[in-house]
Ligand binder design. Structure first.
Ligand SMILES: [Zn+2]
Ligand SMILES: [Zn+2]
Length: 242
């Protein structure tokens, strides 16, 4: 499968970039994981919006979901232009925002929780509930014999490593530097991301949901103190094949 990082900033996007968004493709199927601010604009660098088959939102903080509205309008316009005819499924947790996933006949919501096993095209997706101020989930996305794991937003907890065990790639949030404490905010530090990757024995680690302060290269160095495998910082339009 191929992953393209559409957006990787925590909270809000840097100029001309995006907050959380990842396009995951295999055999022509396109899954948009997260639809944060700037994603509808940026994703068009790599795909026409009419070609997106499904969207998955891990929780309803705006940096993960606020471009759902523009995405719905795009689908409406492209339906009216007869470029597409089928409504777009948007998978998300039940909750206050869930009803907004339906927009007339253009998009509809499908709920999931930690007990769900979704099959979306070639992808089999399972979830674990995160520790975060809002209901949020990490996802494990299997495609044939490859596994992509994604933390979304969470504080550190022991069961995460087991859930991500043996993944080919872990896209891990890294909101804070190692000398900070993300527990109260529901986020991970660089050293926790490294520790998680090491415990889960993942093949590659990408740090994402990056902070708007400090020297981001320090995040890499701090994670490397715990994890010996390959680590990279997420960057705009980075492509990873696994
Ligand atoms: Zn976030
Ligand atoms: Zn969040």
């Amino acid at each position: 499968m191929k992953v393209t990082i559409i957006g990787h900033w925590g909270g809000f996007p840097k100029a001309r970039e995006a907050s959380s968004g990842y396009l995951i493709e295999h055999d022509g199927y396109k899954l948009l994981l997260e639809c944060g601010s700037g994603v509808v604009s940026s994703v068009q660098e790599v795909t026409d919006i009419k070609d997106i088959d499904a969207v998955l939102i891990t929780h309803y903080h705006y940096d993960h979901c606020c471009d759902i509205g523009p995405l719905q309008y795009a689908r409406q316009i492209k339906t009216q232009l007869k470029e597409i005819s089928a409504p777009l499924p948007i998978y998300g947790p039940q909750g206050e925002f869930f009803r907004l996933l339906k927009w007339e006949d253009y998009t509809y919501g499908v709920g999931f929780d930690e007990n769900s096993n979704l099959t979306l095209g070639p992808f089999e997706i399972s979830f674990i509930k995160n520790i975060h101020p809002l209901e949020a989930y990490s996802a494990r996305i299997k495609c044939k014999d490859k596994v992509l794991s994604y933390t979304s937003d969470t504080s550190y907890f022991e069961d995460l490593a087991g859930f991500f065990k043996g993944s080919d790639l872990l896209i891990c949030e890294c909101s804070f530097y190692s000398d900070m404490d993300g527990t109260k905010a529901g986020h991970l530090t660089s050293s926790q991301a490294g520790l998680l990757a090491e415990k889960a024995r993942v093949r590659k680690l990408i740090l994402t949901h990056l902070p708007h302060f400090g020297d981001l290269n320090n995040l890499l160095a701090e994670a490397r103190e715990y994890y010996e495998g390959e680590i990279e910082l997420a960057s705009y339009m980075k492509e990873i094949n696994i």
